[in-house]
Design a protein around this ligand. Structure first.
Ligand code: FAD
Length: 400
């Protein structure tokens, strides 16, 4: 992948910067900075999504034929880095990075025609129904049944930890259509309108007091067979394809921006009468993070390059996931260390407006530190537990 920026690429970078300067409003930026949860609140992120859609940039890594930008890996890289540096919210991946590529790769023409434009416009907001009670790391043990009756499947069972199910329009699910054979066989990939009768969504409140995840119950839920993607019983393959995109989701730009904020925090906070940023321990911890992000960025660029060449992200995505989680968590720990006793007060459940909230006794830049720290504990497990990612790296990448 050629990363030397020629004149054309530099012009593209300027175009992205100009767009961000005009369209990324202070409201969107501030709400993004205050967010403690994995994904920025729906109304904020969808406002940003719509602005990108209007510009034709929302499908930033989709092929042109499906309404994407058709950008080169270098353009995608620049776009993501500039968005992160400017403080834009990360677009919701369940729609754009997960189910979208599954539909445009394995879906029927009808599915492509119906779903892809609605994903791009933001009309459909998706959530991911993979995990079940008893089927997380060992996903192939999933039990949710889809029994065929004529032109319909009847769904019974439950999905758990479903991020943003309570604000979603559609859910994609791995379901069991057959119980015979190996457990990876007999799984199918289906698309379910969350308004279908028989669906109940219960909240799960996390350690950080956020309502981000849910348990979704399916009781005799009827969906058309035409909502199955690909062949019956082949869902495991499509599900794994999707996970490669999930694990390879580039976040180096965000980590770089978060490290910049950490440095600013270090410059504002005092330690033994001097700015914390001058403290050798703090400096060396920041340096370790920066080195980690540089390594991550290289892997990210390699993966972008192979996807642009028509290949799958591959198991290397697990390297990004495992390393990224450690960097992400360490950033949140250092922020707690930097805020010292001002990190202790746990902010109220909704952080909206928290920056100016009189209840928080410390400087505004530390108001979200504890919420972020608590939320990031879950990063060791979501998207695949880190032990599982290491297992994939050892087997599929290093061939040990
Ligand atoms: C905040 C959050 C959001 C999530 N969002 C979604 C979502 O939107 N959609 C969705 O489908 N799922 C979601 N998940 C679920 C997530 O994918 C699972 O939690 C994850 O796959 C682990 O499964 P589990 O919770 O059943 O834990 P388990 O699989 O029971 O694992 C428990 C522990 O045992 C370890 N372990 C298990 N097997 C092995 C092994 N073979 N070798 C070594 N160690 C092992 C794990 O590493 C872990 O530490 C989310 C989870 C969280 C926490």
């Amino acid at each position: 992948m050629d990363l030397s920026f020629d004149a054309e690429t530099r012009a593209f970078q300027q175009e992205v910067r100009a767009f961000l300067a005009e369209q990324l409003t202070p409201d969107i930026r501030e709400a993004t900075a205050r967010t403690t949860t994995v994904w920025v609140e729906k109304d904020v992120v969808m406002e940003w999504h719509r602005r990108l859609y209007k510009k034709g940039w929302v499908g930033y890594f989709w092929p042109k034929e499906y309404g994407g930008t058709g950008w080169t890996p270098t353009q995608q890289y620049i776009f993501l880095q500039e968005c992160a540096q400017a403080g834009a919210p990360r677009l919701i991946p369940m729609s754009l990075r997960y189910v979208g590529p599954v539909i445009f790769t394995f879906g029927t023409q009808e599915q492509k025609d119906f779903f892809l434009p609605r994903i791009l416009s933001g009309e459909h907001y998706w959530c991911q129904g993979y995990s079940e009670p008893g089927a997380g790391s060992d996903l192939a043990s999933l039990k949710m049944r889809a029994v065929r009756e004529g032109d319909e499947y009847v769904l019974n069972g439950s999905k758990i930890w479903t991020t943003n199910a309570h604000v979603s329009d559609w859910i994609f699910c791995l379901v069991r259509t057959d119980n015979t054979g190996k457990k990876q066989e007999g799984i199918s990939f289906v698309l379910v309108d969350l308004k279908t009768p028989g669906i109940k969504i219960d909240p799960i409140i996390t350690l950080g007091l956020d309502h981000e995840v849910n348990q979704v119950f399916f009781d005799d839920v009827r969906i058309p067979v035409s909502n199955r993607v690909g062949a019956e019983g082949q869902g495991w393959d499509y599900g794994k394809f999707l996970l490669e995109f999930e694990r390879a989701g580039g976040a180096s730009g965000e980590y770089k921006a978060a490290i910049q904020k950490l440095k600013a925090m270090g410059a504002a906070q005092r330690s033994d009468g001097a700015p914390l940023i001058a403290d050798p321990y703090f400096r060396s911890e920041i340096a370790k993070l920066e080195i980690g992000v540089m390594g991550l960025e290289m892997t990210e660029r390699r993966i972008m390059s192979s996807v642009a060449a028509g290949q799958r992200p591959g198991p290397e995505g697990s390297v990004m996931s495992a390393t990224g989680v450690e960097i992400n968590q360490r950033i949140s720990e250092l922020a707690i260390e930097a805020m010292d006793y001002y990190a202790a007060p746990l902010p109220p459940p909704s952080l909206t407006g928290m920056v100016n909230d009189d209840e928080y006794p410390g400087p505004s830049y530390g108001a979200a530190a504890m919420g972020k720290y608590l939320n990031k504990r879950a990063a060791s497990i979501y998207g695949g537990a880190k032990e599982i990612q290491r297992e994939i790296i050892s087997k599929a990448v290093l061939h040990l």
